[in-house]
Write a protein that binds this ligand. Structure first.
Ligand SMILES: Cc1cc2nc3c(=O)[nH]c(=O)nc-3n(C[C@H](O)[C@H](O)[C@H](O)COP(=O)(O)OP(=O)(O)OC[C@H]3O[C@@H](n4cnc5c(N)ncnc54)[C@H](O)[C@@H]3O)c2cc1C
Length: 415
């Protein structure tokens, strides 16, 4: 019996287990999944908890619920991978041998990277919403917050779901407007980027929306340290931003098990071929989702597209055939803009988000890079799609793993 071991039962690991159990011969392959926790979180839902749109129980299920029969689950923390002996070493000292390894350990926030961020005022006037605990604590804070300077802040890129902090700013505008206290809240968006987003055309649209909603943008801000007690955030150039409530996206990093394995980059991401998803560490190690160092967005939609291509490549690897270098960085993200509307962006490594219709050219019904109520409906329906289609690895009709050019308005520069 050969062993295929998947590290991490989050979005990507669960999808891979569900894809592979259907494809691998059960008499030849044992699939083992390792994760430290019992709960599986729908992380896109963390955005909605602070505003009371979702309750904590809406985003939490158990890992076991989504695992098909025939998979072995080991609930234990991974200490490290010994690539030379094809072994995963668990924290309890147990060794798990593998013939093929898939790393899907994701990434997480590291607030301790910035002096003062996780100090005495963490979850008093400095919050995150990238964790279940953070978003629940922020929900409680917002219920009684009297208003003042709200600063939404990104520490450094890359972060998972790079549009989430913008969505938070737009939803905060909507939330305080509905509460009748928007005039008591000054919202600033502080980013290390030169504009609202990483891609020029999207940045144009998003800068316009920030202006329309009276959200001040502070660009090129590289935070050096924070003084929680004084409500001040300093950048390396000496610029200071004052806050009463700081909602920050701390540095995002891969898990320390990658650091302990000795092959991660500076942020503990695994060097990975951006088209085949084979690691650059060893040929029998593959990587998927937020754990990779590829220049695609760290998003569940990306993990979903990667999973289809990686499944094919695992089968090719087993058969000794050349891998398919097909993954093109395809990402597809809804951006909540408040007041029951959202944008949709669809892009890949080479094509930035463009205007047009999705998934059917000329018909849509979703609009690309334009606000619509239908897009908001799509964003809210994503939770159902996540639990019922993405995790069980069911095909989503009309959405292809590589980016389709149909329906997009290309101009001379973007052809
Ligand atoms: C606020 C927010 C909003 C988002 N919005 C969207 C959105 O609208 N659309 C979208 O597509 N994506 C969105 N995302 C991103 C999406 O949730 C992630 O990209 C996706 O979950 C990544 O999947 P993953 O499997 O790589 O990592 P994860 O789902 O994080 O799973 C990693 C798993 O590995 C396990 N693990 C890690 N280290 C160890 C260890 N040492 N031992 C044992 N187990 C370990 C963890 O316990 C975890 O279960 C959002 C994320 C956040 C935080």
């Amino acid at each position: 019996m050969k062993n295929l071991v998947i590290l991490g039962a989050g979005t990507a690991g669960t999808m891979m287990a569900n894809h592979l159990v259907k494809k691998l011969n059960k008499k030849e392959w044992q699939i083992t999944l390792v994760d430290q926790f019992k709960s599986h979180y729908y992380q896109p839902g963390f955005l909605f908890i602070p505003f009371g749109t979702y309750q904590p129980e809406d985003v939490r299920r158990t890992i076991d619920e989504f695992l098909p029969k025939g998979i072995q689950l080991i609930r234990e923390k991974i200490d490290r991978i010994d690539k030379d002996t094809d072994t995963v070493i668990l924290e309890n000292g147990r060794n798990v041998k593998y013939d093929i390894l898939i790393i899907a350990t994701g990434c997480k926030i590291a607030p301790e990277e910035v002096p003062g961020m996780k100090g005495d005022t963490w979850q008093k006037n400095i919050f995150d919403f990238y964790t279940f605990e953070g978003s629940c604590a922020l929900a409680k804070k917002l219920e009684t917050w009297p208003g003042g300077k709200l600063v939404v802040h990104i520490t450094e890129m890359p972060i998972k779901c790079p549009v989430a902090p913008l969505e938070f700013s737009f939803l905060a505008d909507d939330y305080f407007t509905k509460k009748g206290m928007r005039d008591k809240v000054e919202i600033s968006y502080v980013t290390p980027l030169s504009g609202a987003f990483t891609k020029p055309k999207t940045t144009e649209t998003l800068n316009y929306l920030l202006k329309e909603k009276n959200i001040k943008i502070v660009p090129d801000f590289a935070v050096e340290h924070i003084e929680g007690e004084n409500g001040k955030m300093y950048d390396y150039g000496g610029e200071v931003v004052d806050f009463d409530l700081l909602v920050t996206i701390p540095t995002n990093m891969g898990d320390e098990c990658i650091l302990r394995s000795g092959f991660g980059d500076d942020l503990n991401y695994v060097p990975t071929d951006k088209n085949t998803l084979q690691s650059k560490v060893k040929e029998n190690i593959f990587v998927i989702g937020d754990a990779t160092n590829i220049p695609a967005s760290k998003a569940g939609s990306v993990a979903h597209f990667e999973a289809e291509i990686l499944t094919e490549n695992i089968l090719k690897y087993i058969q000794g055939k050349p891998l398919n270098p097909e993954f093109d960085g395809h990402a597809n993200c809804f951006i909540e803009t408040g007041k029951g509307k959202a944008l949709l962006i669809d892009f890949n490594y080479d094509v930035e988000p463009l205007k047009g219709k999705f998934p059917f050219a000329g018909i849509g019904p979703l609009n690309l890079l334009e606000e619509s109520a239908f897009n908001h409906f799509g964003k809210m329906a994503f939770k159902w799609v996540y639990w019922n289609m993405l995790l069980p690895a069911r095909k989503i009709p009309f959405v292809t793993p590589t980016m389709s050019r149909a329906g997009k308005k290309f101009d001379k520069e973007t052809v």
